[in-house]
Design a protein around this ligand. Structure first.
Ligand SMILES: Cc1cc2nc3c(=O)[nH]c(=O)nc-3n(C[C@H](O)[C@H](O)[C@H](O)COP(=O)(O)O)c2cc1C
Length: 379
């Protein structure tokens, strides 16, 4: 944490503490981060060991939409939890599917590390472009294989973070690093920029698209509904958008930060949220994006598999990453920005599946996760 931020938080905390009664400075979640410590260490059985890493995958709004059936030996049947969808910002479950692709890639990587090759059968009962439904997403078969090669990106799994902070505007992202990051993708066309003109255009576009999402009540509410405000809420529901730290505890204890309040433009919660998002977009020092030829479920899974690879490679290069998905979302109010981002980044056609800002920032804490046990439907 930098000094200015620390003083702001402390200052806010002290002022609010006067009226806050028993709010506890330094209160932090107790159990929400345990899955990070248990990854690879708490499980001997190969599928569970690989899955303990897979649940650390990046995924939209940290909904962790995965469910696994382990009832057949050596097999993982992955399906989606219909309660974890984002119908307003992700009406066709495109982003949720990308998150499942990230999950599968980490599972395959972790299995390889442990000497297992994984055969993947995707959408064994067919795919539906409109809705992910409740059919299985993948059947994964684990086979012990001494010749399987570990993936060099695996070493970055524990350090990968979505860094939702302003980035250091005094540091440009080196082209050589962008080349390494882009080269991590295996299937999906991936590009990146740190050119001034393109950064300016994409900062502008992502700012405008974020404003549309915030000012469209139903899409904004979809985020606010999954706010986890303070340590107790985060431990109780270790998913969604986690807001923690002394300032948050204080604002929450005094009633200044509530879900209802954050819905109203002009309220402290709404306007502070807007400032945070604007400061993120305005300090983007580079962008990376993935374009698939079409937009089938398989394209989305491939995009997810490559996305997490790109993110891991950036982690290895010391570059912070935050997906900025608003302009890619498929709802009427966003259409002008969806069209614009496709004109800019996919002029030859195709679907922009991921767009993320890049830059430098010091390490940030991991985001919460449900334990693996909460995601096993049959064992
Ligand atoms: C398909 C997809 C879309 C995402 N879109 C956004 C986004 O628009 N803004 C953002 O801040 N994070 C976005 N994220 C990042 C998630 O919020 C993040 O992965 C999740 O909160 C878990 O945190 P972690 O990546 O640090 O483990 C996206 C991730 C995925 C896979």
């Amino acid at each position: 944490m930098n000094r200015r931020k620390f003083l702001t938080i402390l200052g806010g905390g002290v002022i609010l503490a006067a009226g806050a009664g028993a709010y506890r400075l330094g209160q932090s979640p107790q159990t929400a981060f345990e899955p990070w410590a248990r990854a690879g260490t708490a499980y001997a059985e190969p599928r569970r060991k690989a899955l303990s890493y897979a649940i650390l995958a990046p995924n939209p709004h940290n909904m962790q939409p995965w469910l696994v059936d382990l009832s057949q030996p050596g097999t993982v049947i992955l399906s989606v939890d219909p309660a974890k969808m984002l119908p307003h910002t992700d009406p066709h479950n495109r982003q949720i599917t990308i998150g499942l692709g990230c999950f599968l890639e980490l599972m395959v990587m972790a299995a390889a590390q442990d000497g297992y090759r994984v055969g993947l059968e995707l959408f064994p009962q067919g795919e539906d472009a409109q809705s992910l439904g409740e059919k299985p997403v993948a059947i994964a078969r684990f086979v012990a294989d001494k010749s399987v090669q570990p993936d060099p990106l695996f070493v970055h799994v524990m350090d990968r973070r979505s860094v939702k902070e302003p980035y250091d505007t005094s540091r440009t992202v080196e082209r050589t690093k962008l080349n390494t990051i882009v080269a991590a993708a295996r299937d999906v066309k991936t590009d990146a920029t740190s050119e001034q003109d393109q950064i300016a255009a994409l900062r502008n576009l992502t700012t405008q698209a974020s404003t549309v999402e915030m000012e469209t009540p139903r899409t904004h509410k979809e985020s606010v509904d999954v706010f986890r405000i303070g340590a107790a809420e985060i431990d109780a529901n270790p998913d969604g958008i986690d807001l923690s730290g002394p300032m948050i505890e204080a604002l929450s204890a005094t009633g200044l930060l509530t879900r209802e309040g954050s819905l109203e433009p002009g309220s402290t919660g709404f306007e502070e949220g807007r400032k945070i998002i604007m400061s993120q977009m305005a300090t983007s020092m580079g962008f990376v994006w993935l374009v698939s030829p079409a937009n089938t479920r398989l394209d989305q899974i491939k995009a997810g598999r490559d996305w997490v690879r790109v993110h891991l490679a950036a982690t290895g290069e010391g570059i912070s990453v935050q997906p900025t998905s608003q302009a890619l979302q498929e709802y009427a109010e966003m259409e002008p920005f969806y069209n614009r981002v496709h004109e800019m980044l996919a002029p030859q056609g195709g679907t922009v599946q991921m767009l993320a800002r890049l830059g430098y920032h010091e390490p940030v804490p991991a985001s919460p996760r449900w334990p693996l046990e909460a995601k096993i439907v049959e064992s």
